[in-house]
Design a protein around this ligand. Structure first.
Ligand code: NAD
Length: 484
């Protein structure tokens, strides 16, 4: 049962029609919402291809950013990055500027859409961390043939997204949160999500909690998708698995999404601008309409959300007046005829809409401060030096040992792409010109260790080209680095 407060006030929403089919699906969605009696006032804003063509390098003019900041809620069509206008995506700009750290992707069987999984009762939500991980895009060529990207995972980033996943589970009356990670391999980064998940979910005793290795999670989503309720993941895992999950229930064309931050929530269809069919009245507005349903719940208008959702489901179930992408061959109608049918069905109820008791999403507000995590003890125990070399590991070992002679360090080992190659363990690791040499302090440095490290780098630099270093530290007595 959905409950709406007696006094429903009008909410101002920034509407970004976007590119391609965006304006068409936006108009159809707005038509249905108006007919359903949603108390919304739209503020139209520009972003995407037209903004780029006007020379706005971010793809979103200041007026658009101001409108979103003022209203705190936006409904957005797909945005294109036109060729020849740089590589910045207006979508990423908006996500980053407003720190929309939570990407919410509901995955639910859609009536009338036959898929190999129809009838299985799929109904879960993928919660994807949206701003960290390898998507920070901090990349360097280490040698002309070896590239590196930084996978940055923060404790606070993990806590924010797990708390959001738990809050969402509570708001939607769901029972279980699955934290899915690759913690078995990446013990520090992915492991942080696992550990934080275990910690944070203790605060939600009403929710069951499980951890699932992400590759098995992909497998389980295909084998037994109905077992999932809320699944939370780091950015790249969530990116891939949320698309996989959308594929289970009919594809990206009908998948809605929300991007949530502390100040701003932006709702959008997962699909793109479909340029091939743009302007022809062929686009299916289902995904944007379902995104708008999420938006209505976000602003607390549960009754209108349910009304629109039911009318849409009745329309899809009955299969009369569907757009060409989902209609029987030759039976497709226009975007407008479909929207008219949904409007005509307002007030009717579908048994296919899961009975759910929605409550307002209680999101923790994070203070606007630089987040800092102290450690009681810190020790500097060594340094990893990354060198480019075409020599074999034995020769490199001899030269690096010689370089370290008389320094504050001893050479502990050399690895190639994470596998130890010196001292030789007898394996047959394929070698490239990129080695990590691990030097440990012979005894704890008196000061901050920088003079000793600088001395070591100068010694190494006489024979080798080194490209970066990592300090090896221990925080609160625990190694803050992985073993080879
Ligand atoms: P797309 O989603 O636009 O199209 C993929 C296929 O699905 C096409 O066949 C298309 O006709 C169909 N399709 C998509 N939405 C539909 C709808 N509502 N009704 C009927 N058919 C629909 O993906 P693409 O072709 O890879 O991308 C096109 C453009 O959109 C690119 O410029 C891309 O960068 C952009 N894009 C933007 C977003 C976003 O703004 N969030 C997301 C994805 C792609």
């Amino acid at each position: 049962m959905d409950a709406t407060p007696a006094t429903v006030t009008t909410t101002k929403v920034t509407a970004i029609p976007g590119d391609g089919i965006g304006p068409e699906v936006m108009r159809a969605t707005q038509q249905v919402l108006a007919a359903a009696g949603a108390r919304l006032e739209w503020e139209d804003a520009l972003a995407g291809a037209e903004a780029f063509r006007k020379g706005i390098v971010s793809g979103a003019p200041q007026e658009t950013l101001d409108s979103i900041a003022r209203n705190g809620v936006a409904l957005k069509g797909p945005l294109e990055t036109p060729v020849g206008y740089g590589e910045k995506s207006a979508n990423v700009t908006l996500r980053k500027i407003f720190e929309m750290y939570g990407n919410i992707r509901p995955v639910r069987e859609i009536p009338g859409l036959r898929t190999p999984f129809s009838g299985r009762g799929i109904d879960f939500v993928v919660v994807r961390e949206n701003v960290e991980d390898v998507y920070a895009g901090v990349e360097h060529m280490q040698t002309p043939g070896v590239a590196q990207t930084l996978k940055l995972i923060t404790e606070v980033g993990c806590e924010r997204i797990v708390r959001l996943a738990a809050a969402l589970a509570v708001a939607e009356g769901r029972r279980k949160v699955t934290v899915s990670t690759k913690a078995n391999i990446m013990k520090l980064t992915e492991g942080m999500m696992k550990r934080v998940g275990e910690q944070v979910l203790k605060d939600y005793p009403q929710l069951a909690h499980e951890h699932m290795i992400v590759d098995n999670c992909a497998h389980q989503m295909v084998i037994r998708p109905e077992q999932f309720d809320v699944a939370v993941m780091t950015n790249m895992n969530g990116d891939i698995l949320s698309d996989l999950a959308a594929g289970l229930v009919g594809g990206l064309g009908v998948a809605p999404s929300a991007n949530l931050g502390d100040q701003v929530a932006m709702f959008e269809a997962v699909h793109g601008s479909a340029p091939q069919i743009a302007g022809k009245g062929l686009a299916n507005p289902t995904a944007l309409l379902l995104s708008a349903v999420m938006m209505l719940r976000h602003i607390g208008d549960f009754a209108t959300a349910a009304k629109v959702e039911h009318a849409l489901y009745v329309t899809l179930e009955e299969g009369v007046d569907l757009t060409g992408d989902i209609a029987a061959p030759g039976q497709g109608v226009s975007t407008w005829a479909f929207a008219d049918r949904v409007v005509a069905n307002l007030g009717r109820e579908s048994a296919k809409v899961p009975a759910r008791e929605y409550r307002p999403l209680e999101m923790k507000r994070w203070p606007a401060i630089t987040w800092y995590r102290a450690a009681t003890t810190r020790e500097l125990v060594g340094v990893d030096v990354f060198v480019e070399s075409e020599r074999d590991p034995r020769a490199i070992g001899i030269t690096l040992q010689a370089a370290a002679e008389g320094s504050a360090f001893t050479l502990e080992m050399i690895s190639s792409r994470g596998a130890q190659v010196w001292p030789d363990l007898g394996g047959n690791t394929f070698l490239v010109d990129h080695f990590r040499a691990r030097f440990m302090f012979k005894e704890a440095p008196k000061g901050n260790g920088i003079a000793e490290i600088t001395d070591l780098l100068q010694r190494i630099g006489r024979q080798h080209n080194w490209m970066h270093i990592e300090k090896l530290q221990r925080f609160d007595g625990a190694d803050a680095f992985s073993r080879a």
